[in-house]
Write a protein that binds this ligand. Structure first.
Ligand code: AMP
Ligand code: GLY
Length: 421
């Protein structure tokens, strides 16, 4: 099988390394890829949002399947465009990817089908949003931009002034662009967060093993929200009992709801859950693999990844028994100083071998570039240093030991991955 993977982050690197383990994989291209991915796939200079370019490449080369990993091209209909040309693609069509790209859609879906989530109201008028928040008078309150905002479109406002500022920033100053035409005002929930990625073919669903992301930039869950500073798998809070409850009250109801709406979801459906005192509730859906959740989940997949992908595309997921290893996995993200705000690029990365790897771990490259044969930084999140071991403590120890041997100027990483609630 010759596979074209779309994207350029640590998630795509993890997908590619897992695909490379399959005896069925012959060749992998990545569009556009990055400096570290180049050691594991042939990078081609096509942007992840260049739908026409991707379709053209897939038609002109012996591509058997295109794996669309990021949210933007899924929302923009890349899978639809490929299928129209008879090209096999992994990922939801645009009409199903909307479960991530519109929070208004996903909240209304959950309300209609009785899927547990935070109570909410939707507003297209900022004054009405503020009036509602004032009348409710419950703080903190959560204000979310409707559309895609790189995981940053969520503001937890501690008081009325902060809530007013959030509504103003999102709806009037449009700090997240057109994503802020509508806002969702939501009840603040508490409890441990769990990420569950699941394979679904539109009819049946198989959850992957659980994981936990660390979204804040600084130790102790302080600082700004980021795309994710590190992950562990399994998630210690996600018991078998909770998993069973989620399957019955959240996962299958979501698959059936999307089917009933005429938007069958095929691909990887990501459930961002909060284990509240009133049971598990959905914080958000993503229409794709999580980043950096993928980096700790896929290394534990024992079943041939190509077989799983085929079962999803061919709608035969119920015939496959997917196996996972009992090992634990930990990923520590090494980020550029300043991320998630502005940061420099082009700084030399030292401590990696010629393949961009380090001893005892797998280094998933998120934002690196090869310049004159040297690896340099090229993004906010630069590397995801990932270790697998019999226990979480051992995996964390191995990951942090390797992190200490890798360097670039201004490097920032959290020292408490796997140690916080
Ligand atoms: P989202 O992009 O919707 O996943 O939100 C980003 C982060 O904001 C989540 O991972 C939570 O930590 C937090 N968050 C979102 N919605 C709520 C809520 N209703 N209550 C408490 N925290 C929330
Ligand atoms: N790590 C969170 C996400 O992929 O959205």
């Amino acid at each position: 099988m010759n596979i074209l993977v779309i994207g350029s982050g640590g998630r795509e690197h993890a997908i590619i390394r897992k695909l490379n383990e399959s005896p069925k994989t012959e060749k992998i291209w990545c569009a556009p890829g990055n400096g570290g991915i180049a050691a594991d796939a042939e990078c081609v200079g096509i942007g992840a949002m260049d739908i026409e370019g991707v379709v053209k490449f897939a038609k002109e080369n012996p591509v058997d399947m295109v794996f669309v990993a990021p949210d933007d091209p899924l929302a923009a209909g890349m899978v639809d465009a490929l299928e129209k040309e008879g090209i096999r693609a992994f990922g939801p069509r645009a009409n199903a990817a909307v479960i991530e790209s519109s929070k208004v859609f996903s909240k209304n879906l959950m309300k209609k089908y009785g899927i547990p989530t935070a109570a909410y109201e939707v507003f297209s008028d900022p004054a009405a949003a503020v009036q509602y928040i004032e009348n409710e008078g419950k703080f903190p309150v959560v204000v979310k931009a409707d559309g895609l905002a790189l995981g940053k479109g969520v503001i937890i406002a501690e008081d009325l002034d902060a809530a007013k500022a959030a509504v103003h920033d999102i709806m009037e100053d449009k700090v997240f662009g057109a994503s802020g035409n509508n806002v969702v005002v939501e009840e603040f929930l508490t409890g441990p967060e769990v990420s569950v990625l699941a394979f679904t073919d539109g009819k049946s669903l198989q959850p992957m093993i659980s994981s936990k992301d660390h979204k804040r930039a600084l130790d102790g869950d302080k600082g700004l929200n980021t795309g994710g500073m590190g992950t562990i798998s399994p998630n210690p809070y996600y018991t078998d009992e909770i998993a069973k409850e989620c399957m019955e009250t959240i996962f299958m109801p979501t698959v059936r709801a999307m089917q009933a709406e005429g938007r069958p979801f095929k691909g990887c459906l990501y459930f961002g859950l909060m284990l509240t005192p009133n049971g598990p509730k959905v914080i958000e859906y993503n229409a794709r693999f999580g980043d950096p959740e993928t980096q700790v989940v896929l290394p534990r997949l024992v079943t041939d990844f190509v077989d799983v992908i085929d079962a999803v595309i061919d709608e035969k997921l119920d015939t496959l028994n997917i196996e996972w290893s009992d090992d634990a996995c930990a990923c520590v993200v090494m980020a550029s100083g300043g991320y998630p705000q502005s940061y420099p690029k082009g700084l030399e990365i030292t401590g990696l071998d010629a393949g961009g790897q380090a001893e005892g771990v797998t280094v998933y490259h998120a934002g690196s570039k090869l310049t004159d044969g040297k690896l340099v930084t090229n993004g906010g999140r630069v590397l995801g240093v990932t270790a697998k071991a019999a226990t979480l403590d051992e995996a964390l120890e191995k990951a942090y030991k390797a992190v200490e041997t890798i360097h670039f100027d201004g490097v920032h990483y959290r020292r408490d991955i796997g140690r916080t609630k």
